[in-house]
Design a protein around this ligand. Structure first.
Ligand code: FAD
Length: 377
């Protein structure tokens, strides 16, 4: 390390990806400073429902492989985190049910569950199966099915996002990470084709490497990030409902909306996907009504529930909807990890492992060629 350097690595952004990355590097004896413009978790991560939903077996790609890998190691990762931080993160493998809404969706579900055994021999733990309405009725009696059954996903889990963020922050600090909140990074410090640190409002901060994990705005930091890691926001709104009694035990998916059981007869419901919406966090009646009406179709008791909270977040997404993980071309020492769109919670730990492997061994722990930073497509 250069004598002037203040840490070996600067991580920009304190969401799930930045915190997991900082923790992984510091755990392996690298010195890390993490810069967060607001408070850690104030981006998309803080608005997530915390659902860890397995990918469809029909999606044959490195992305899917990585998604599975992330889920398979989740329990071990949270156990380590809980041990180091002393904070329980509320990980529960509750199982999930996707309620099938039409004949065409049923046909797709059949292909999906049949192809599962052929495709997923690599990890037999993540199973999917199709059930009929009579079995669905035994599992979740309050659900009124449209008559096509459901896909059962026993590996589906959830985590308490607030507790996970607190645990990650405490674990980072215990491993020696310097966390600087309310510290926006305004640009990158580049010398010819090498990154030498980050720019803060008043002064540069030197480091041997910079890892950009700053969510939907990450491509604004430098033209090279705009060129190779273009990321934009997709707004999502969610609600918390208070009911009189517990009505479900599992995570339910219906028409792309998730319903997550909470303690004290509460349900989290989300999220909208506002592709053409604004990039502000304004809450709308339209979103609340859409979420309520959609879940009432299969869970009528929801009509009598009270909406006790509504919130919005901006998910980071690339044009091809795949994340960026790895070094940025044309410059050395600069890496990005982001654009995890709707599944960043599931990807945080595995992304951090990949970044660590690239930094220390020059190669990732998994095959990710299609996910490395690429020209804005
Ligand atoms: C309503 C909703 C529900 C969701 N539910 C789920 C779910 O159940 N399961 C799931 O897996 N995913 C879910 N997601 C998606 C998930 O939240 C994202 O994929 C994930 O949080 C992305 O993490 P990140 O660390 O890349 O980005 P972020 O969490 O956005 O973190 C980026 C951080 O960088 C900071 N930052 C930005 N610019 C700068 C700068 N210049 N300097 C310093 N810091 C900066 C931001 O303040 C932010 O804290 C949901 C998203 C939404 C909106």
């Amino acid at each position: 390390m250069n004598a002037k350097n203040q840490s070996q690595f600067s991580v920009v952004g304190g969401g799930i990806v930045g915190l997991c990355t900082a923790y992984q590097l510091a755990k392996n004896d690298l010195s890390v400073t993490l810069f967060e413009q607001n408070m850690c978790g104030s981006g998309a991560t803080g608005s997530a429902l915390g659902i860890l939903w397995p990918p469809s077996p029909l999606r044959l790609s490195e992305f899917k492989h990585l998604h599975n890998a992330g889920l398979l190691k989740y329990r071990d990762c949270v156990e380590e985190l809980e041990y180091i931080s002393g904070i329980e993160v509320g990980f529960r493998r509750c199982g999930g049910l996707e309620i099938i809404s039409s004949q065409s969706q049923l046909e797709m579900a059949k292909t999906e569950t049949e192809s599962f055994s052929k495709i997923d021999s690599e990890n037999q733990q993540i199973t999917l199966s199709l059930i009929r309405d009579n079995e669905l009725n035994i599992l979740e009696p309050k659900i009124v099915s449209p008559g096509f059954g459901a896909i059962v996903s026993p590996f589906c889990a959830y985590v308490d996002v607030r507790s996970l963020l607190n645990a990650l922050k405490v674990a980072c600090i215990k491993m020696g990470v310097t966390i600087l909140e309310n510290s926006p990074v305004t640009g990158l410090l580049l010398e010819k084709d090498r990154v030498e640190g980050v720019l803060l409002k008043r002064e540069p901060y030197l480091s041997d490497g910079v890892i950009v994990t700053s969510g939907f705005s990450m491509s604004d930091l430098h033209p090279l990030l705009h060129k190779y890691a273009f990321t934009k926001p997709v707004k999502g709104q969610a609600i918390l409902l208070q009911l009189r009694e517990k009505i479900i035990d599992r995570v339910i998916r219906w028409k792309r909306i998730f319903i997550r059981p909470q303690e004290n007869n509460r349900l989290e419901v989300g999220s909208t996907t506002e592709l053409k919406g604004s990039v502000d966090l304004k809450l709308t009646d339209h979103a609340r009504i859409h979420l309520l009406e959609t879940i009432s179709e299969i869970l009528p008791p929801v009509k009598n529930g009270d909406v006790i909270e509504q919130w919005a977040g901006l998910r980071p997404v690339s044009n091809d909807r795949k994340p960026y993980i790895g070094p940025v071309p044309e410059v050395s020492g600069l890496l990005v990890a982001g654009a995890h769109y709707k599944i960043g919670l599931a990807f945080g730990f595995v992304t951090a492992e990949i970044i660590h492997g690239m930094i220390t061994q020059g190669k990732p722990a998994y095959s990710i060629a299609s996910l490395t930073p690429r020209l804005n497509c």
